[in-house]
Design a protein around this ligand. Structure first.
Ligand code: ADP
Ligand code: NI
Length: 226
């Protein structure tokens, strides 16, 4: 992985490698678009943004690596438990309690909670990770991940009779079982305007345009017009 390591010392690099190896083992078998390759892409993008933002690259690296540990979308009981899952890995790899708290605080605020729910305020490091995670839900990879996730949850690709919904709470967003095209209107197309870093905003622009083009083509093919 590329840590663009000027600000990373050798001890920190060793810790990042250890954490990375543990996360890889945990996500090796995922089929929901939350596989280790997703983690690697978020890591690389987050470090790239962190360098531009002059953020603490060590904290950003750790938070990017563990950001999906304990996520409700991946847990057997559907409940979120970032704190325990993350502390177990980080403390075991030699991360200090203070750094561990910083990372958990970031991860608890990364996830999208609904189109009518405001994002929690973040530190600069948190903004880098949240933008990077959201960028991976956009563009060509975002399209691929949305349909991978939809298939895993046995959702329809599209149903013209079912319109996008407004989600006023995280609970409503989580319980939603709509078709995958709705997910674009309920989340993916909103991400561009929720970017909080300059480089995140710039990258989001192209990915957003790509999704609009995809949706236009999809709709044309659906109705037999294209
Ligand atoms: P977040 O942290 O905002 O929850 P993640 O990075 O964990 O985001 O994962 C979001 C991914 O899961 C996105 O790429 C998205 O495509 C997929 N996803 C989540 N909910 C749905 C859904 N209802 N339909 C299709 N894809 C979904
Ligand atoms: Ni993620």
């Amino acid at each position: 992985m590329n840590t663009r390591g000027a600000m990373i010392n050798s001890e920190q690099r060793n810790i990042i490698d250890l954490v990375s190896a543990q996360v890889r083992t945990r996500f090796e078998t995922d089929g929901s678009g939350h596989d280790f390759e997703h983690v690697q892409r978020v890591f690389n993008t987050a470090v790239h943004i962190a360098t531009d933002e002059n953020a603490d690259v060590f904290i950003v690296s750790l938070a990017a690596l563990v950001h999906d540990l304990g996520d409700y979308k991946l847990s057997a009981d559907g409940k979120e438990n970032h704190r325990d899952a993350i502390s177990a890995v980080l403390l075991n790899c030699g991360v200090s309690a203070d750094d561990c708290h910083q990372v958990i605080d970031i991860v608890e605020k990364v996830s999208f909670k609904g189109n009518a729910v405001l994002d929690a305020s973040m530190t600069t490091e948190g903004k880098c990770v949240r933008d990077a995670d959201r960028l991976d839900a956009m563009g060509a990879i975002g399209v691929a991940r949305a349909f991978a996730y939809g298939a895993l949850k046995k959702r329809k690709m599209f149903d013209p009779d079912s319109k996008p919904a407004v989600h006023n709470s995280f609970d409503a967003y989580q319980k939603n079982e709509g078709h995958t095209i709705n997910h674009f209107y309920e989340k993916l197309l909103l991400l561009k305007d929720r970017m909080e870093t300059a480089s995140g905003r710039a990258m989001a622009e192209d990915r957003h345009q790509f999704m609009l083009h995809f949706l236009d083509q999809f709709s044309g093919e659906w109705s037999g017009l294209k």
